[in-house]
Design a protein around this ligand. Structure first.
Ligand SMILES: CC(C)(COP(=O)(O)OP(=O)(O)OC[C@H]1O[C@@H](n2cnc3c(N)ncnc32)[C@H](O)[C@@H]1OP(=O)(O)O)[C@@H](O)C(=O)NCCC(=O)NCCS
Length: 190
């Protein structure tokens, strides 16, 4: 098992796994291209025998940029984050369905969170709430995150505009909720 930065050779495999786990067309080539050779769009994969089995993506942004990125309750997100300068906003995390529950998700979250903590004072994740799998929230709790707020119909408008199908609710609109998880960096004073 290897945890490595995402690169161009992983792109097709990541898209195929995303279609299966997040829904058809949720991720696109244009979206993933942003994560190639960037200091602010950071993505990692876990591989087995050079084949991608899992992916996670994060962006480093300011409170004002966070407000633009989130899909609902924009002012609430801004108020939550405004005293921090560098926010690590976790975007997608997924593991190939054949490989779930074997520790790959834990590795992706732990290693990427440790990495991003070296230059971000606040981390945030909008977790997709679904009946079939509550692993992501548990993973974040184990990595020092706390649950902050639930937002209903988080992807509703976005799914209509961008025409993606959700694996939980099918053709748009998506009616899934999100739970916001946050982690503040502890600064030791001595
Ligand atoms: C969420 C996801 C990335 C977790 O990856 P994973 O490789 O299965 O995670 P792990 O094997 O490291 O398991 C993490 C923990 O969750 C638990 N877990 C695994 N599957 C679970 C499930 N269906 N429901 C609840 N807990 C579960 C594991 O037991 C493990 O707990 P432990 O460390 O106490 O043993 C993966 O399930 C996935 O890709 N889901 C589909 C996409 C998705 O929902 N992504 C998150 C969007 S916010």
């Amino acid at each position: 098992m290897e945890f490595i930065p995402f690169n161009r050779n992983h792109l097709e495999q990541v898209l195929r796994i995303a279609d299966k786990t997040l829904g058809i067309n949720y991720l696109t080539v244009a979206y993933l291209n942003q994560y190639l050779n960037s200091n602010t769009f950071l993505a990692f994969v876990v591989t087995e025998n050079s084949a991608v089995v899992g992916f996670t993506a994060l962006i480093i942004i300011s409170p004002a940029q966070l407000k633009e990125q989130v899909l609902k309750d924009k002012d609430w997100f801004y108020q939550l984050s405004k005293k921090y300068s560098n926010i690590g906003f976790r975007k997608q995390t997924f593991v190939h369905p054949k490989f779930i529950n074997k520790g790959y998700g834990s590795l992706l979250v732990k290693r990427s969170s440790e990495f991003i903590e070296t230059f971000c004072d606040f981390q945030l994740s909008t977790v997709w709430i679904k009946q079939s799998n509550s692993a992501m929230g548990n993973l974040l709790l184990k990595n020092g995150f706390e649950r902050s707020k639930t937002i209903s119909n988080y992807w509703q408008q976005d799914s209509l505009v961008n025409k993606y199908s959700c694996t939980e609710c099918g053709a748009p609109p998506c009616t899934c909720s999100t739970e916001v998880y946050i982690k503040k960096k502890c600064i030791s004073v001595n």
